[in-house]
Design a protein. Structure first.
Length: 279
């Protein structure tokens, strides 16, 4: 497939927002874009006209890509409930409620099949697929049953951009540590690094970029300054049992602002080379 996968050194590094921005940036350049997240655990969801449910982030990414949101864009939705319970959705339809860590035993193989089908839909309906990962790709106790990160990059046969949040400090350790915990094969998939939530002018981070590129052998394709926005957070649990009713008109300005922001601070030609597999 032609496309890219955004993975993070941790949760809340900005994967969803950057994915949304890239979707709008490429859509307004005339590309047909499929946003995709294989498995999403969130209580923030939207009810589609068909009655199927979709994570809010993939719904907004579809709108940013100027296309109709489809259930295959998020084939596995896990909705956290109280008392360690989770409602499982495949292609937007509930499969029931499970307790604790029983997902792998009950649904793993079926979920994997739904993800493969979703990737085929994405490839058949776009010039590029923009995939969002979840959390970190090196949660070592979870990697065996990973349906969110490197296993998906391998299924889709796309390269990975590693996103790191510099706002809280420790960005060098988080990047180098993440790469160190990947297998050699997984590490070879990482073709670029994005530094997110930078405060100040990116020229102040020139030495940091040089250090990262010299010590990892991977190019830093963007240093993105911190930016305010009104899009929804997906990685939180608020006990919500009713879907969002997003006001799309109010989001358009955010989609455009974020696309402008990323386009001004990323190496767009390098990004397209990586997405086309020609880097």
């Amino acid at each position: 497939m032609k496309g890219i996968m955004l993975q993070g050194t941790a949760s809340h590094v900005g994967k969803s927002i950057i994915t949304t921005a890239i979707c709008r940036m490429l859509a307004r350049q005339g590309f047909q874009i499929s946003p995709f997240k294989a498995q999403n655990m969130t209580s923030h969801h939207v009810m589609l006209d068909t009655g199927q449910e979709l994570a809010i982030s993939q719904y907004e990414q579809a709108q940013a890509a100027k296309r109709k949101a489809e259930p295959w864009m998020n084939p596995v939705l896990l909705k956290p409930l109280e008392n360690m319970q989770t409602e499982v959705f495949f292609d937007g339809e509930s499969q029931g409620i499970i307790t604790g860590a029983r997902f792998k035993d009950m649904y793993y193989q079926k979920a994997l099949q739904k993800i493969k089908q979703g990737l085929i839909q994405a490839a058949n309906n776009s010039d590029f697929i923009i995939i969002e990962g979840a959390g970190s790709p090196v949660e070592m106790n979870l990697k065996e049953r990973d349906l969110s990160n490197m296993a998906i990059a391998e299924l889709a046969d796309v390269s990975v951009l590693l996103v790191a949040d510099i706002e809280r400090g420790g960005v060098f350790a988080s990047i180098v540590g993440t790469l160190a915990l990947l297998t050699e094969k997984e590490r070879s998939c990482v073709k670029g690094i994005i530094i997110n939530k930078f405060t100040g002018h990116s020229s102040l981070f020139v030495e940091g970029v040089e250090w990262l590129e010299n010590n990892t052998g991977i190019p830093v394709v963007g240093v993105l300054p911190f930016i305010e926005h009104q899009l929804n957070e997906e990685d939180s649990f608020d006990g919500r049992d009713q879907p969002f009713q997003p006001n799309l008109t109010s989001k358009e300005a955010d989609f455009e602002k974020l696309a402008d922001h990323v386009e001004a601070n990323i190496d767009r030609e390098k990004l397209l080379e990586i997405m086309r597999g020609t880097d």
